[in-house]
Design a protein around this ligand. Structure first.
Ligand code: ATP
Length: 275
């Protein structure tokens, strides 16, 4: 089986406005990526050096993938997504070939962005504990670093990587000229939770007793993904009660809240912030 068929070019439709909160992340990416692409003459005249590699890190479900897609859409970049572990579970030599093929496709589709989700998986085996991913990560990592270092000649290909475990990322990936622009994508605060819920609420039929502020204050420590899940569970609770029902009521959200627990702790956030 060829590694090539795993590589899929996407045309995401996610906009910045689909992401609640994360104002700082959005602004920084607009500056670092959109400006140089939109105004290349100004950028060159002033002597700017385009960013090649960016890393988004933070707890699960807080919009890293969504951000990568929105960046592609808004900056007009073709989008290719791969997960770190997908590159490892291949026969010896094939992973390296898959990496080269990936960059070849990205160059052919440039301006483009390669999104490496779970990029930490590519560093795990360097200490040689022999576990996980088929023991092949050194070769993949080397192939990846080679491609990244050669990217200037390769035109407009940008690398955007994401991880929940920044502390296990191989240091070689973070050197200057590689993934050297690092952004924290944290859990939503109250105002951001209101924004995320508002985006979701626009597509829902809601009863008058549903108060967005009350829901936002009952969901401290929940990720954006958790909030969306709560809304979807509330829809199911309403349907379960009565298939003729016209809107989702507050009691359905209460039921949903019991089923979906928050996973992001203060301690977790502190550890991310210290990295
Ligand atoms: P993981 O680390 O688990 O891959 P992630 O940080 O990449 O997670 P996403 O895949 O971007 O998270 O988010 C999962 C889903 O949660 C999104 O598809 C979206 O429905 C919802 N979501 C998360 N954060 C937000 C947000 N800020 N605004 C709107 N929706 C959000």
């Amino acid at each position: 089986p060829s590694a090539i068929k795993d590589i899929v070019l996407e045309l995401p439709e996610t906009r910045w406005s689909d992401i609640g909160g994360q104002q700082e992340v959005k602004e920084k990416l607009r500056e670092a990526v959109e400006w140089p692409l939109r105004h290349p003459e100004v950028f060159r005249r002033l002597g700017g050096q385009p960013r090649k590699g960016l890393l988004l890190y933070g707890p699960p479900g807080c919009s890293k993938t969504l951000t990568a897609k929105a960046l592609a859409t808004e900056a007009g970049l073709n989008f290719i997504a791969v997960k770190g572990p997908e590159l490892l579970n291949k026969y010896v030599g094939e992973s390296e070939r898959a990496v080269r093929e990936l960059f070849r496709k990205a160059r052919a589709a440039s301006p483009s962005i390669i999104f490496f989700d779970e990029v930490d998986a590519l560093g795990l085996n360097r200490e040689g504990d022999g576990r996980g991913g088929g023991g092949n990560s050194t070769g993949v990592l080397t192939a990846l670093l080679n491609e990244m270092d050669g990217i200037e000649e390769l035109g407009n290909v940008m690398i955007l990587a994401a991880t929940n475990k920044p502390e296990v990322i191989d240091a070689a990936l973070l050197r200057p000229g590689r993934l050297d622009y690092i952004l924290y994508v944290g859990p939503p605060d109250f105002d951001s939770r209101v924004e995320i819920l508002d985006i979701k609420f626009r597509k829902m039929a809601l009863g008058e007793d549903v108060d967005i502020d009350v829901l936002a204050s009952s969901t401290e420590g929940y990720s954006g993904a958790d909030l969306v899940k709560i809304c979807d569970e509330a829809v199911l609770a309403a349907m379960r009660e009565d298939l003729q029902i016209e809107s989702v009521q507050w009691r359905h959200f209460e039921m949903a809240l019991e089923g979906v627990k928050s996973v992001i702790t203060e301690d977790m956030v502190r550890r991310y912030r210290q990295w």
